[in-house]
Write a protein that binds this ligand. Structure first.
Ligand code: UD1
Length: 352
């Protein structure tokens, strides 16, 4: 099988490239090597064919898609962004880029697509109230956040709701510009599948971490931010009260999910797009990640600052049961092992 990995020089794309090469696949990369996203010097492993180009460039896509069986679309602008001035770049990179990709795939008659989506499409996670009923709370108000009331509450009783797992059939509720662009990518993939008879897998990644995670950019994930602070001898700064729940999934497990999805697409009905949550299945908190990294790096204890970011969700954890059942995918790296390796690894720079 020949795989095209868009964004294959990046953190997650690069791991998919290495995983696919290890399986003996033919791998082509289309990457813009944008310096605001990852190291301009990010090298491809031996055996991968690299093309420099932007996914918004139709000619670059036409060249990249020649002879390709399946596309893993990872090229995107990630993270929450600095402020609303980032919106046009998110929309252009993620939405226009994917629109160009599906148009080019239709021209080249490539019929299989794996899309990097995100848990952010669900917005605030799922909860249960005191009676056990399932609830999807409204965004937290700034007044509540400023007063340190971080947990979504039952408007009737005022009691905090109890976090639960979201699954793929839960309602989608993107709450920031990035989330909206990820949902748009999913819908574009669906429209492409219906119009061409192609098949798409929409992989909703949880918080991905791993050795080559970018750092020192406003778009870096919290694990990389904590590691950079500790490497500089500073305490990790934990926002809110540190009890916000996430699921940190190792990048090699995310790569294997992409390859499992690429394999299993053939079994989906023509013209379908199917979503899969991709998490480790282990619920953790941001405070636990900070403490674990501080221990592993023998650094200062984390400081819980009470700061908050508007647009952050409080708790988001997913059931990845569908991916395990339908993709025959099993995450292999326990958080403890992954964090120890991550703590020991040399951080990758955002810029050369
Ligand atoms: C992350 C990804 C997003 C992905 C989503 C999937 C990043 C930047 N964001 O969003 O692309 O779609 O997972 O679930 O990789 N925090 C601190 N201290 C800091 C920075 C952040 O405590 O210095 C807290 C935040 O307030 C938040 C948590 O850490 O509660 C996670 O933040 P972040 O790593 O930005 O990830 P998500 O918002 O979960």
């Amino acid at each position: 099988m020949r795989i095209l990995v868009t964004g294959g020089a990046g953190f997650i794309g690069g791991e998919i490239v290495r995983g696919a090469l290890a399986r003996g696949e033919a791998v082509r990369v289309l990457d813009s090597w944008r310096t605001d996203v990852h190291a301009a010097s990010a090298a491809l492993p031996d055996g991968a064919e690299g093309l420099r180009g932007d996914v918004r460039d139709a000619d670059a896509l036409d060249r990249a898609l020649e002879g390709v069986d399946v596309v893993c679309h990872q090229a995107a602008k990630v993270g929450l962004g600095v402020d609303l001035q980032d919106s046009p770049d998110y929309a252009s990179s993620n939405v226009v880029g994917t629109a160009e990709l599906i148009a080019a795939m239709a021209r080249a008659r490539v019929g299989r697509l794996v899309i990097a989506s995100s848990m952010v499409v669900y917005g605030e996670g799922a909860y249960r109230d005191a009676a056990g009923a399932r609830r999807r709370p409204a965004p937290r108000t700034e007044a509540d956040l400023a007063a340190g009331r971080f947990d979504p509450r039952d408007p009737a009783s005022g009691h905090p709701l109890v976090p639960d797992l979201v699954d793929e059939d839960d309602a989608l509720d993107p709450r920031n510009v990035y989330a909206l662009t990820k949902l748009a990518q999913e819908h574009l993939a669906g429209a492409w599948a219906r119009a061409t008879g192609g098949r798409a897998a929409l992989l909703r990644y949880h918080n991905v971490y791993g050795q080559r995670m970018p750092r020192d950019t406003p778009y870096a994930g919290v694990a990389a931010i904590f590691r950079s602070s500790l490497a500089a001898g500073e305490a990790p700064r934990v926002f809110e009260d540190g009890a916000q729940r996430r699921d940190f999934v190792h990048v090699t497990d995310v790569a294997s999910a992409n390859l499992a999805a690429a394999d299993r697409l053939a079994a989906l009905p023509d013209g379908s797009a199917r979503a899969y949550n991709i998490g480790s299945g282990a619920v953790t908190t941001v405070g636990q990640i900070a403490a674990g990294l501080a221990r592993a790096m023998r650094g200062p204890d984390p400081i819980v600052t009470g700061e908050y970011r508007l647009g952050d969700v409080r708790h988001i954890t997913a059931s990845s049961a569908r991916a395990r059942a339908e993709l025959a995918w099993t995450p292999r790296i326990p958080l403890e092992t992954g964090l120890a390796e991550f703590a020991a690894a040399q951080p990758a720079g955002a810029n050369p």
